[in-house]
Design a protein around this ligand. Structure first.
Ligand SMILES: [Ca+2]
Ligand SMILES: [Ca+2]
Ligand SMILES: [Ca+2]
Ligand SMILES: [Ca+2]
Length: 259
């Protein structure tokens, strides 16, 4: 090979390598952007009156807000409407996110006296919050929260492996019986960022217009069994394992706050 041929070969090689690196960089940047896919985007209107967390839906805000379904079976067999039927409404103020939930459940089960004992195996509402809509793993950290709220208002999430803790100061709630086998739950949820540290002073995040939050809601239904019979959520989850909300914030929907 002549000197010029060798030089040409070297230049070509350099060009190929540099081109490859550029492609890699673009792919990495693309991945970062697509980390959280907003596969269920819902606009949420600001509250027009003060929402009292009393399990009553007589606020003007609730009257003017549309119901959204809780109808995706994440665990167990398909459900019929006598076994379970659920729907929810959302609103917000600078202070908090508000959720109104209506559940039809043929048998309300409250088995455990200790709220930290198998909290998922008795009837409870589970609310998933990812304050910055980042998506990603949150199993043993506070990148997002999976609040399990029982019929008495105890709020449980895990902070590390086998370490459940009460988060009653994050979620205020009230459940009332509103008809035969119908239960109305009202929630006021304070938001905390990824920097949250359990047991330390943490600042609540103030909410504002255009803010995007990762959100999902689900119901653990147990009527007669040792373990929960169903887990029904508000978002469709891809793949066979749909019980991923307590681990992976990517499966949450996204809500956008509007005035
Ligand atoms: Ca109310
Ligand atoms: Ca049921
Ligand atoms: Ca997050
Ligand atoms: Ca039940």
């Amino acid at each position: 090979m002549t000197f010029y041929k060798k030089l040409l070969f070297l230049i070509c090689l350099l060009l190929i390598v540099s081109c490859k690196n550029k492609t890699k960089k673009i792919v990495v940047e693309q991945k970062k952007v697509n980390q959280k896919v907003n596969h269920q985007l819902n606009a949420v209107q600001e509250a027009t009156d003060v929402i009292l967390v009393d399990g009553q839906a007589n606020e003007t805000t609730w009257k003017n807000t549309k119901w959204l379904p809780i109808n995706q079976v994440w665990l167990g067999n398909p459900v019929d409407s006598t076994d379970f039927n659920g729907r929810y409404k959302l609103s917000w103020s600078k202070e908090a996110l508000y959720v109104l939930v209506e559940i039809n459940d043929d048998l309300l089960r409250d088995t455990f006296q200790n709220p930290l004992e198998r909290w998922w195996d008795e009837d409870c509402v589970e609310i998933f919050i990812d304050e910055d809509n980042s998506g990603g793993d949150h199993q043993f950290n506070h990148n997002a929260f999976a609040y399990h709220i029982d019929t008495k208002g105890n709020v449980v999430d895990i902070i590390a492996e086998n370490t459940p803790k009460l988060f009653n100061d994050h979620v205020q709630s009230k459940m009332v019986i509103s008809g035969e086998n119908t239960y109305r739950w009202e929630f006021k949820i304070s938001l905390f960022s990824d920097d949250f540290e359990y047991g330390k002073p943490n600042q609540k995040v103030a909410l504002s217009v255009n803010k995007k939050i990762g959100f999902a809601i689900a119901y653990c239904d147990n009527d007669n069994s040792e373990h929960r019979e169903n887990f029904i959520g508000s978002v469709a989850v891809e793949g066979n394992d749909k019980d991923r909300g307590w681990i992976d914030a990517n499966i949450f929907g996204t809500i956008e706050l509007e005035d």
